[in-house]
Write a protein that binds this ligand. Structure first.
Ligand code: LLP
Length: 419
């Protein structure tokens, strides 16, 4: 029986050593994914602001920081993580459609850039910066009204979407920003969606953003950067050899439009990208032990990881390849539906998959779980979150301890009258 190797390590051994469920990340894949962005965009001044929401593990952030990545953060918590990882403030953009005054204060205090999502926010930010006697560089988050062919819950640039200032109001928002004290308008920002497999929609968004750059430039408003967000998809359907575009394909979609307009206007802008999934998605597997195999109306494989640890299949009907890690070369025999331990009928990780004969005690590996896996996990059903391990050159390190039952209880308080 052959075992699945990941990052040069036998995952069956890792599961024995660290227990299951277990997220395992391959450091060399992570570095390679970031480098492929840098190579694809090396002909032009580009910064990669890794989207921390995809996976906020500090060890991963440290690795990305060492490769020169900046960060897109969406909360004070994510900001703190990037600071701890040593990502310099000038390469951090604080995003979000609903930032509290406290979060804006944190952003100004830390000297990071802020992507402003509404006029309300713009005005509060100006006041906050004035109070602190500091200037803050901002980008205006544009709603570009672009429709990628992705799950509706992850399309973010539709005109109905909650994100960004409507395309037709961006110019007046920029004019207001120019007048407000302590605000330095530096860029335009958009993010059109996630898991995008057709790069043409990126050309369309770039064109719309560059049209705005032109309008602003005609009004004498000069910018330093344009941030086109993240969104590049990955090939989750490995069995079907799903072809996902590469950063090079992305560059080929964006750069001709971007460079043509810069040339026409005689300006130079920095390009910023905010990939999340395409940096971390393929770097990680989720290992999970089979607790029971049940022949019922369907063949169920009940494992110890459910939507408490990987919510994507339930939330977006997302597909993750599943392999039996301790029977990697065995012939597939029948169809199985892989379900988690959560008390909900919808807790299904994978439907009707052809797998080798599965038995209690087998180890399943859920592939491409590095993006929006652990970061969207919860303690639902009183289940502590699992551990994370980093593998590199045949060595493994624990990068997050398994939570304990004590962690579930830690912040709960019983009022005196109930004691
Ligand atoms: N920039 C902004 C402003 C974003 O909102 C996002 C993702 C990104 C960058 C990174 O996008 P990526 O390169 O990862 O596609 N939980 C969903 C995905 C939600 C994406 C939210 N925003 C999933 O599991 O599919």
């Amino acid at each position: 029986m052959t075992h699945l190797l990941f990052g040069g390590m036998d995952v069956v051994e890792l599961a024995e050593r660290y227990g299951t469920p277990l997220y395992v990340t391959d450091e060399s894949k992570l570095r390679a994914n970031l480098r492929s962005y840098k190579e694809a965009f090396e002909t032009i001044d580009t910064d990669i602001y890794y989207a921390v929401k995809a996976n906020g593990n500090l060890a991963l952030l440290k690795i990305l920081a060492s490769e020169g990545a900046g960060a897109d953060v969406f909360s004070a918590g994510e900001l703190e993580l990037t600071k701890l990882a040593g990502i310099p403030a000038e390469r951090i953009l604080f995003n979000g459609n609903s930032k509290s005054a406290e979060e804006l204060r944190e952003a100004v205090e830390s000297g990071v850039k802020v992507s402003v999502d509404s006029l309300d926010e713009l005005r509060v930010l100006s006041t906050v910066a004035e109070e602190q006697g500091k200037e803050v560089e901002i980008a205006i988050r544009v709603n570009p009204d672009v429709s990628p062919a992705v799950h509706p819950k992850i399309a973010t640039g539709l005109k109905e979407s909650k994100f960004g200032i409507p395309f037709y109001e961006v110019t007046s928002a920029c004019e207001e920003a120019k007048k407000l004290p302590n605000i330095l308008l530096a860029g335009l920002h958009c993010h059109i969606g996630s898991q995008i497999l057709d790069v043409n929609v990126f050309s369309e968004a770039t064109k719309k953003m560059m049209d705005l750059v032109e309008i602003l430039s005609e009004k004498g408003i000069a910018l330093k950067f344009v941030d086109l967000g993240g969104g590049l998809g990955i090939g989750y359907r490995r069995e079907e050899k799903e072809i996902a575009p590469t950063p090079k394909d992305l560059a080929e979609a964006i750069l001709p439009v971007f460079e043509k307009m810069m040339h026409e206007l005689g300006i130079n802008l920095k390009l910023v990208l905010e990939p999340g999934r395409s940096i971390v998605g393929s770097t990680t597997v989720l290992l999970s032990r089979v607790n029971a195999v049940k022949r019922a109306y369907k063949n169920f494989v009940a494992i110890d990881a459910g939507f408490n640890l990987l919510i994507r299949p339930v939330m977006y009907d997302a597909y993750h390849e599943v392999v039996v890690a301790n029977k990697i070369n065995e012939r597939t025999s029948e169809l199985y539906t892989v379900v988690g331990p959560v008390c909900e009928a919808g807790d299904i990780i994978a439907k009707d998959r052809k797998l080798p004969k599965v038995e209690r005690g087998d180890l399943l590996s859920i592939l491409d779980a590095g993006a929006y896996g652990f970061s969207m996990s919860s303690q639902y059903n009183g289940r502590p979150r699992c551990a994370e391990v980093l593998v590199c050159d045949g060595k493994a390190d624990l990068i997050r301890s398994r939570e304990s039952i004590e962690d579930l209880i830690r912040n709960q308080k019983i009022p005196a009258r109930l004691r």
